[in-house]
Structures are given as structure tokens and as C-alpha cells.
Ligand binder design. Structure first.
Ligand SMILES: [Zn+2]
Length: 251
């Protein structure tokens, strides 16, 4: 019996070490906050050295000569919802290609959407209470993030449909029980700003296309509060990054 306990102890500590090596903890507060991301792991270096980082303050955009270059075709319902410790994320089914956007004649398929509070990007210096990121990927693995801003106002009924299935326990993935209409999470007018950027979370990889829709939607104070209560320090946004001569296009 004594031998068995000892053996179990050894196995337990080995698996603990493996876990510690795999998970590099990052966040938005104190010693793991965005200013420290680059120091936390070698793979996060570009969070500091990158020159095309997101979020940005959208100022002095150039009027694009190409009009209406964006088509959004989100028609199927997403599959599951999870609080992953950083945000609330709604995922589409793996390899489901029924939801996509078309930019520059290229199809990008919806992988997931998630939220940041307050907004990460700013429009003319204005921060919004909430920003939604639709993450889309093309066949080559390149990303286009479609961002939607939210002001405080009327309740968002679509939000309630997925929130009802959310488990407040970390990484406790739940299947969605209601049919979502993602068009209700998009403004009617699809005017946008566009720029080249990065992931806003580690490893801050660059080469990400960003499309920020100009017209905000609304969420109620109560809905925003329920999200804030879930996340650490009621804040999961990365601060504004330098433009470094990048051009912002406006549709
Ligand atoms: Zn995001």
C-alpha cells in the first residue's frame, strides 16, 4: 500500500510538471499584463518587437477607391460556447464552412467570435464599452478579424440566446441549445475601416487583416456587467499599439 501511494505521488508530480511546461499563463493584470507578455515566453516576443500590432486608434483613414469590397455570409448557427479564462468565446463546428466572409475575392470561414471590454480598437480616440471579434480563416490559414463595437443602450436579444448556455466555470464548453442569427450581431450598414495588424493576445502574430465596422450596436448595462463579472479585474483589453506608418483604409 505504501509503495502504491508513493508511485501515485510520482506519477502525479510528473503530470504536474508537464502541465506547467505547456501552459504559459498570461492575462490583463499585474505581472502577466500586456506590458509583460513578451517576457513570459520566447514565442510571445513579437508582442514587443512587432511593428504591425493591434489594437490601434483609427485616425486619418484614406478613402478607399474600391467600394463595398466586403460580403458577409453568416447563415448557419455556431456550435458551442466557452469561458476560456480570458473571454467568452462562441465556436463554429470544426471544418464547418457554411459561415464565411468575402474580402478581396477571397473566402474566410468563421472559426469563432469573442468579446473584449472595454474595446481594444478606438475610433477617432473613442473607446467603446465592448468590442466583438469575429475570427475568420481562409484555406491558407490567414486570418481576417471582423470587429463590431457596442455602446450601452437597448438590450441585445441575440446575446441572451448564447449567454443562456454559458457555464461560468473555466473551459467548461457547452453546446448551444438555441439557433443564433449572427446577422443580429452585425450593423445594417457594413461601412468599415481596414488595416493590417496582429492577434491582440499572445503570441501577437502579425499578418492579420482587420476590418472594424463603423456603426456600433447596443448592449444593456446589465448584459455588459454579467460579462465583466466573469473576467479578471473586469477588463480584457490590450492597450493601443503604435501605427508605425501603417495606412488605414475607409470604405
Ligand atoms: Zn479578440
Amino acid at each position: 500500500m505504501k509503495y502504491l501511494l508513493l508511485l501515485c505521488g510520482v506519477i502525479f508530480s510528473i503530470s504536474n510538471v508537464t502541465q506547467a511546461a505547456e501552459v504559459i499563463h498570461w492575462g490583463y493584470d499585474k505581472e502577466i499584463s500586456p506590458e509583460h507578455w513578451a517576457e513570459l515566453d520566447e514565442h510571445y516576443k513579437v508582442c514587443k518587437t512587432g511593428k504591425n500590432q493591434t489594437p490601434i486608434n483609427i485616425v486619418n483613414p484614406y478613402k478607399s477607391a474600391i467600394k463595398h469590397n466586403l460580403k458577409i455570409d453568416y447563415k448557419a448557427t455556431p456550435h458551442d460556447i466557452v469561458f476560456n479564462g480570458h473571454t467568452v468565446q462562441v465556436n463554429t463546428k470544426k471544418d464547418d464552412h457554411s459561415d464565411f466572409i468575402v474580402v478581396d475575392q477571397q473566402k474566410y470561414y468563421l472559426k469563432q467570435f469573442h468579446f473584449h471590454t472595454p474595446s481594444e480598437n478606438q475610433i477617432q480616440g473613442k473607446s467603446f464599452p465592448l468590442e466583438l471579434h469575429f475570427v475568420n480563416e481562409n484555406a491558407a490559414g490567414e486570418l481576417t478579424v471582423l470587429a463590431v463595437m457596442f455602446n450601452i443602450g437597448s438590450m441585445n436579444t441575440e446575446w441572451n440566446k448564447f449567454w443562456a448556455d454559458l457555464s461560468f466555470k473555466e473551459n467548461d464548453d457547452k453546446n448551444l441549445s438555441r439557433t443564433l442569427n449572427l446577422n443580429n450581431l452585425l450593423p445594417k450598414k457594413l461601412e468599415y475601416y481596414r488595416f493590417s495588424g496582429s492577434l491582440t493576445t499572445p503570441p501577437c502574430s502579425e499578418g492579420v487583416n482587420w476590418i472594424v465596422l463603423k456603426h456600433p450596436l447596443t448592449i444593456s448595462q446589465q448584459q455588459l456587467q454579467s460579462f465583466k463579472l466573469l473576467i479578471t479585474n473586469q477588463d480584457n483589453h490590450r492597450p493601443i499599439q503604435p501605427l508605425n506608418g501603417r495606412i488605414i483604409l475607409e470604405d
